[in-house]
Write a protein that binds this ligand. Structure first.
Ligand SMILES: Cc1cc2nc3c(=O)[nH]c(=O)nc-3n(C[C@H](O)[C@H](O)[C@H](O)COP(=O)(O)O)c2cc1C
Length: 192
């Protein structure tokens, strides 16, 4: 089987609690970003961005996650807030994923979302090819005022979520996949 297809079929998300360090180095993240930029992109609008959350800024992100939790539930107890904070601190490496929708006469928003999806997949595959495991995570908090403001998003920008990345030893728990026959069918022309 060709190497790329093998990497693609082996890809499997691993959650931050099961990841260990080290996180990718900057040059590896740059390679990953190069892979993301290789996604099909009608009119080269570049609707996808990755933002690295450095270790030194994780606590600041935890504060923002706590603020988002309070925004959703103003009476949230300490346990809920602590859990929200932990989500920002889990996983050796963390990337925020932002989709910037542009106005274009020939490229509707749905095409730009598809471009972002392809860029996300390239990102995950590149991380796996470099020997890491990763998982894309979102949650309602990504639409919170606290997070939108922390990432300085304008009205056309969406925080898709976060990619946790690190090393993983041993077996992975594989998500079910559909059979090829469930994905591929033959077109039957409809009678006029
Ligand atoms: C945009 C996006 C957001 C996601 N958000 C979550 C999430 O918040 N929590 C979660 O458990 N899985 C989430 N997932 C799904 C996982 O990242 C993962 O794809 C899923 O567990 C299936 O595993 P697999 O990638 O190995 O097929 C999200 C996927 C995408 C594409």
């Amino acid at each position: 089987m060709p190497d790329l297809l093998r990497t693609l079929l082996d890809r499997s998300s691993v959650g931050p609690r099961h990841l260990t360090g080290p996180a990718p180095e900057r040059d590896e993240f740059l390679l990953v970003a190069t892979a993301a930029a290789a996604a099909p992109d009608h009119a080269s609008l570049g609707p996808f961005r990755l933002i690295h959350i450095a270790d030194a800024t994780r606590e600041r992100l935890a504060d923002v996650f706590a603020a988002a939790a309070l925004e959703a539930e103003p009476d949230a107890d300490t346990k809920t807030i602590d859990k929200a904070r932990e989500r920002a601190l889990a996983g050796p490496g963390l990337l925020a994923v932002v989709v910037d929708l542009k106005e274009h006469p020939n490229v509707p928003a749905e095409e730009q979302w598809v471009c972002a999806g392809a860029a996300l997949q390239n990102t995950l595959l590149a991380l796996e090819d470099l020997g890491y495991r990763a998982k894309m995570l979102s949650g309602a908090r990504v639409r919170s005022k606290a997070l939108r403001s922390a990432f300085d998003l304008d009205e056309n920008a969406h925080l898709l979520g976060f990619i946790a990345v690190g090393r993983h030893q041993g077996e992975v728990r594989r998500a079910p996949r559909r059979l090829p026959e469930q994905v591929l069918s033959e077109w039957t022309p409809q009678e006029a």
